[in-house]
Design a protein around this ligand. Structure first.
Ligand code: AMP
Ligand code: MG
Length: 313
């Protein structure tokens, strides 16, 4: 298949309407979209990514009215989250409406819903007839794509179209918040922090599964976010004992040792924005070990530490 690369939201949306699958930028990472009511197109998304069938997809909307298509009931607490954080890097999990096909939710009776805060994404989503399901536009198991070239490297020839935009602003996947139970639960950390959520609804908690085999967020049990290189998290750069292998370093403070590749960032936000492209770069350069400096666990730092820990495992 020829993958069309375009900057036109109309052309990208035409591909969706014809049953195709289209990668598009958002403020978090690039997504791979399919019409939520087209089961064949959704199956193609799973196929192109090599995504396990038990990993649910997030519905992306271009306007708030589309929420009603996806879910039957919204309580006042959920409404408060929507009012404060939509559009933005927050996915809210709610009971799904009957019209949403089970292939989209990997068999779950719930659906994750998000409205990206990104002009090109919103223009594209608004040009499509229905909401889209869109996981990250990478091969399963690889770091999520933060620029169109990473999408191209993973999926060229397997998807119908790439809507070409800028490098993504945040660089980590959305926060996932389950609002189906008595208290709101954070299933995945992201740019909307636990502090942000608790400011609005103080009883919000971070979900921790007792049984790792049956997590509430099925996708999280799969290997994620990891480069081929080994990832080691370090607190103090002085403790790094460099071997003969090719090693890389990413963090906020310049280390003394001689690494093959070094990336120093000024803030945790910049670190998050650059992490996945750095992982991909290190794999291209055949780096054996990537040392990642840890950060303070507040704001985006909590999400960053979460992704580093998953990559290191
Ligand atoms: P991705 O779009 O690739 O970042 O992956 C989406 C992730 O969101 C999945 O791996 C799940 O962990 C989570 N997710 C999506 N839908 C649901 C849902 N209905 N219930 C719980 N978690 C969900
Ligand atoms: Mg993903």
């Amino acid at each position: 298949m020829d993958t069309v690369i375009t900057t036109s939201v109309v052309e990208a949306a035409e591909n969706i309407k014809k049953g195709g699958i289209v990668a598009f930028p958002t403020e978090t990472v690039y997504g791979l979209g399919a019409d939520i009511f087209n089961e064949k197109a959704i199956a193609k998304v799973f196929w192109a990514k090599g995504r396990p069938a038990d990993n649910p997809l997030i519905a992306h909307i271009g306007n708030l009215y589309q929420i009603e298509v996806l879910t039957a009931v919204i309580d006042s607490r959920t409404n408060a989250f929507i009012e404060k954080f939509f559009p933005g890097p927050l996915t809210i999990v709610l009971e799904k409406s009957e019209s949403v096909p089970l292939i989209a939710t990997a068999g779950l009776e719930t659906i994750g819903i998000r409205m990206p805060k990104h002009d090109l994404a919103l223009g594209f989503l608004s040009s499509c007839e229905h909401p889209l399901v869109a996981p990250s536009a990478n091969l399963s198991g690889k770091p999520s794509p933060t620029d169109w070239k990473a999408v191209y490297a993973d999926l060229n020839g397997k998807i119908d179209c790439i809507l070409k935009g800028q490098t993504t602003e945040i660089g980590l996947e959305s926060t996932v918040l389950d609002c189906t139970g008595e208290i709101p639960l954070v299933l995945r950390k992201g740019a909307v922090s636990i502090e942000d959520l608790q400011e609005l609804v103080p009883e919000t908690e971070i979900y921790s599964s007792v049984d790792p085999k049956t997590p509430k967020s099925p996708g999280l049990k799969h290997k994620h976010y990891s480069p081929t290189a080994k990832v080691v998290i370090v607190t103090d750069t002085d403790d790094i004992d460099l071997s003969d292998e090719k090693c890389a370093f990413i963090g906020l403070n310049k280390p003394k040792q001689d690494f093959t590749v070094v990336r120093i960032l000024d803030t945790s936000e910049e670190y998050a924005r650059n992490l996945y492209s750095f992982f991909r770069y290190c794999d291209e350069k055949k780096i054996a070990t990537i040392y990642c400096q840890t950060v303070e666990e507040t704001g985006i730092g909590a999400a960053l530490i979460d992704r580093l820990s998953r990559a290191a495992n």
